[in-house]
Design a binder for this molecule. Structure first.
Ligand code: AMP
Ligand code: ZN
Length: 115
């Protein structure tokens, strides 16, 4: 599925819901989390709808690698100097709230509101 009409992140990708974008390319969109846990808290999402890590297969290796490599560049661009944390929540036991694969990347000076 390339887009799910009921998916909030697909709507952000399509420009139907506003977001504070930090990066966009053919494969992914990155934007600031609306309820940040840390001074810098972004989400990197594939443009195509993939519900969660459970739905990822070998064909997505390059995409996931791209997301991971990009995360470091974006944190640097956003001025994060002392490290950052990646979180990917998967499914209900993983406390995933938005069923569109996303990588949280959080950094900036502590204290953070969570974690
Ligand atoms: P998760 O629990 O991993 O599914 O986290 C979903 C994240 O998406 C949460 O941190 C929310 O604050 C964030 N979020 C939900 N809606 C939006 C939105 N419209 N724009 C930016 N971030 C959002
Ligand atoms: Zn989606």
């Amino acid at each position: 599925m390339s887009a799910d009409p009921n998916c909030i992140f697909c709507k952000i990708v399509a420009g139907q819901i506003p977001a504070k974008k930090v990066h966009e390319d053919e494969q992914v969109l990155a934007f600031h989390d609306i309820q940040p846990w840390a001074p810098v808290h972004i989400l990197i999402v594939p443009k195509r709808h993939i519900a969660s890590m459970v739905d990822v297969g070998a064909e997505h290796q390059a995409l996931l690698g791209h997301m991971m490599v990009l995360s470091g560049k974006l944190m640097k661009d956003l001025g994060v100097r002392n490290g950052y944390r990646h979180v990917v929540n998967t499914g209900s036991d993983g406390r995933q709230e938005v069923p569109h694969l996303h990588m949280h990347v959080m950094g900036g000076p502590r204290p953070w509101s969570k974690g």
